[in-house]
Design a protein around this ligand. Sequence first.
Ligand code: NAP
Length: 274
Amino acid sequence: MRTIHLPDGTELPIIGQGTWRMGEGHRPAKAEADALRAGLDLGMTVIDTAEMYGDGGSEKVVGQAIAGRRDEVFLVSKVYPQNANLRAMARSCDASLKRMGTDRMDLYLLHWRGGTPLSETVQAFETLKAAGKILRWGVSNLDVSDMEELGPGDAATDQVLYNPEARGIEFDLLPWCAQRHLPVMAYSPVGQGGALLDHPAMLAIAKRRGVTAAQVAIAWSVRLPGIISIPKASDLGHVRENAAAAVLELLPDDIAAIDVAFPPPRRRQPLEML
Ligand code: NAP
């Protein structure tokens, strides 16, 4: 699988796995954990979760999935904004680690910006890093102005919404990050399995290329350098499709057709988030 580098040189595959809506009883937890393990077998070794997802249920599924294979995984979780302060973050982190059955996270993200000053959140992250509980930290749903305020610091990524239906970041945030060699983690790359995958333009490209619309969407999300895409899939067929999207190289005609159906931003847009 193609890889990209974090600012500290760590190499990561460009396609990882999301876990929102896992651990909520939609499917048996074992089936969800099996899907994640199948994804690991296919090289999607970045697993993204959050204390928010299923109220910790998703982290428990992740714990089941990575049991006995912790060292293969680049584990990402997120702290609620209301816990992203010096008083509460350590407790949140410990609870997440316990649910996932591990002693460390590879990356801990601020889920979105809340009332705590970013400088205090960074201090709390650095304290956990010094204690070895997290190896890196980063942010999510931060726009350019927030990133400017965060400063040149040591954030490893900004995780943001990115798919053909939500491409406003191409105007400012993506180039801002690219200039600073800061990777972006694209969430909801298949539009949560909704209308994007039924769009005639996506279906036409998929048919022409002999792939699925989801694979077109994933390949599109990583067509530029510096992006990791984290589709979520509990269905084994979806897992296999998503991993295979890593080798799908979109052609100029494919990209142009998506530009017609989903025009790129011509001016700054407020950051969209789910
Ligand atoms: P997504 O990955 O775009 O879509 C997931 C949905 O699409 C699921 O219903 C899944 O079905 C379906 N799907 C996946 N692969 C498919 C395929 N090949 N063909 C057809 N359908 C497919 O949406 P998401 O879960 O919102 O985003 C991905 C991850 O990003 C999340 O799980 C989470 O880890 C992260 N995220 C972060 C934030 C944030 O604020 N930082 C916000 C949203 C998401 P099955 O499960 O049935 O396979």
